[in-house]
Design a protein around this ligand. Structure first.
Ligand code: G1P
Ligand code: ZN
Length: 544
């Protein structure tokens, strides 16, 4: 087998965004496009030579082709061993679990997360470091810098590797081990949660649930864990077969996209519990009988109840949430007397805090929750955590959350997304707000008085690195907030995200409709940012 050096020239725009390099499949299919980026990883992450690399993806269109390219290039770049999930499948949290368990030098995740899949849709590639998490900005910037001057890549001339048979094969001097994608992850979940208690809940026959895998990567994980190990009824897992185009759906577990599951959790015959995960298995949505748990509330409830599970029985060290996530978790941290951190959007900002042992739990409003068990957010983990709480507390989801609100107050929360707006107009909208910021404190809008207004900047408490321009925060007296930022994961135009949070301490007002309760704040946000005038959009595209 011959190792070839292929001449190439740089492509524009290979800078990783919030979560890796995401582009249309067609972009990745251009000759040398994927190869350039992969070579930039090998050129900058030199410990991979002679080391072990984990490779897997969410099964979307182009997953298998990309893995073959990566294997040939890994062999040519001197990687000693690659662990690859059978069928090319590994959920994002499972990649993190495998990197950590086998102490590898890193991993490559192939996914565009919750974005649709298929020949005309999205693909993505992300490098995870030896700690198991997404590469920090210093690493992604180094990879990007390399893509700008790249002039050659190395690839072994060899046939495709059979990804569907467990076992070890050689590509040149490199060992490729095709591993069971579920086994290591499932074992970790058994360590963290009380499987006996959850099994008893299912055995009681009094508890009904469905898990919607949305034809994405969690199908095999959920079937093995929920149905095979925990004894949930066959059929508990819906849409459990991973498909290259996710069955034509949008694998994003929220009220808009997981509508079949949402319908099963509504009405007089509603299920007791519904949950869903996204394309690559790191997001989660939690539903009770006629009840939606916001991800921000979910983080707060898990934190307040963590001591009830085996994995966290000795308590949590601290909590971190992304800036736009509601402040519900802050109140729990305060009550527990542990630290609480506000980080920029994106999971990578939790890595240092987790590695340093400063936090145990972390989460984002975008349906992401996780802990120090891996270095990614973890959809099924959150579902099992909730199942463990339901089994131990013997209460419904609604009872647990309502009780939580009674104790801490309720942070009403909603996010309004304006998708695929003109990028220039969106940029100008944010610039305009930025100019207004200094004059806002003290101003009154309806019943709301601005307490502070800034463009969020974060100084990492562990390595001192500074991330500026992370989103506009307008905080009001009494704890309500408006946050605006532009998405870093979109592949079309710009997406404006408006995050709204309204704090209500009075339990007699805890059961209002969210959009109604927040209407005055929503109006203030629209007017302050001049959304319609600047984007031409009277209404958001998606409300979560
Ligand atoms: C979005 C979410 C963010 C999440 C990221 C990756 O990023 O808002 O919380 O970490 O996807 O799943 P955004 O498009 O807002 O930059
Ligand atoms: Zn995801």
């Amino acid at each position: 087998m011959e190792s070839n050096v292929i001449a190439t020239t740089p492509f524009e725009g290979q800078r990783p965004g919030t979560s890796g390099l995401r582009k249309k499949v067609r972009t990745f299919q251009q000759p040398h496009y994927l190869e350039n980026f992969v070579q930039a990883i090998f050129d900058t992450q030199t410990e991979l030579a002679g080391g072990t690399l984990v490779v897997g993806g969410d099964g979307r269109y182009y997953n298998r082709e990309a893995i073959q390219v990566i294997l040939r290039m890994a062999a040519a770049n001197g990687v000693a061993r690659v662990l690859v999930g059978r069928g090319g499948i590994l959920s994002t949290p499972a990649v993190s679990c495998v990197i950590r368990k086998y102490k590898t030098q890193g991993g490559i995740v192939l996914s565009a997360s919750h974005n649709p899949g298929g020949p005309e849709e999205d693909f993505g590639i992300k490098f995870n470091v030896a700690a198991g998490g997404p590469a920090p900005e210093s690493v992604t910037e180094a990879i990007f810098a390399r893509t700008q001057s790249i002039d050659r890549y190395r690839v072994l001339d060899c046939p495709n590797t059979n990804l569907d048979m467990l076992g070890t094969v050689a590509i040149g001097a490199m060992q490729v081990e095709v591993i069971d994608p579920v086994a290591d992850y499932a074992a970790l979940m058994e360590d963290l949660f009380d499987f006996n208690a959850i099994r008893a809940l299912f055995d009681s026959g009094l508890f009904s649930m469905r898990f919607d895998a949305m034809h994405a990567v969690t199908g095999p994980y959920a079937t093995e864990i929920l149905e095979n190990r925990l004894g949930a009824l066959p059929g508990t897992v819906m849409n459990g077969i991973p498909l290259e185009d996710f069955g034509g759906g949008h694998p994003d577990p929220n009220l808009a996209h997981a509508h079949d599951l949402v319908a099963l959790c509504e009405g007089p015959h509603a299920l007791d519990f519904g949950a869903a995960s996204d394309g690559d298995g790191d997001r989660n949505m939690i539903l009770g009988k006629n009840f939606f748990v916001t991800p921000s509330d979910s983080l707060a409830v898990l934190a307040a109840n963590a001591h009830l599970t085996p994995g966290y029985h000795s308590g949590i060290r601290g909590i971190a949430r992304s800036m736009p996530t509601s402040q519900a978790a802050d109140r729990v941290a305060e009550a527990l007397g542990v630290e609480c951190f506000e980080t920029p959007t994106g999971w990578k900002f939790f890595g240092n805090l987790l590695d340093a042992g400063r936090i145990t739990l972390c989460g984002e409003e975008s349906f992401g929750t996780g802990s120090d068990h891996v270095r990614e957010k973890d959809g099924l983990w959150a579902v099992l955590f909730w199942l463990n709480l339901l089994a131990v507390r013997q209460q419904s989801v609604a009872e647990i959350v309502s009780e939580h609100w009674r104790q801490y107050g309720r942070n009403y929360y909603t996010r309004h997304d304006y998708e695929a707006v003109d990028a220039k107009a969106a940029g100008a909208l944010v610039d305009h707000l930025r100019i207004m910021l200094p004059a806002l404190p003290g101003q009154r809008f309806g019943n709301y008085t601005v307490a502070y207004a800034d463009d969020f900047a974060y100084t990492d408490p562990i390595d001192g690195s500074v991330s500026a321009n992370q989103g506009i925060r307008i905080g009001f007296e009494g704890g309500s907030r408006i946050v605006l930022r532009l998405s870093g994961t979109g592949t079309e135009g710009a997406t404006l995200r408006v995050y709204l949070e309204f704090y209500e301490p009075d339990p007699s007002r805890h059961h209002q409709d969210t959009q109604e309760a927040m209407a005055p704040l929503i109006l203030i946000a629209r007017e302050l940012a001049q959304i319609e005038a600047r984007t031409g959009r009277a209404e958001p595209t998606v409300i979560t």
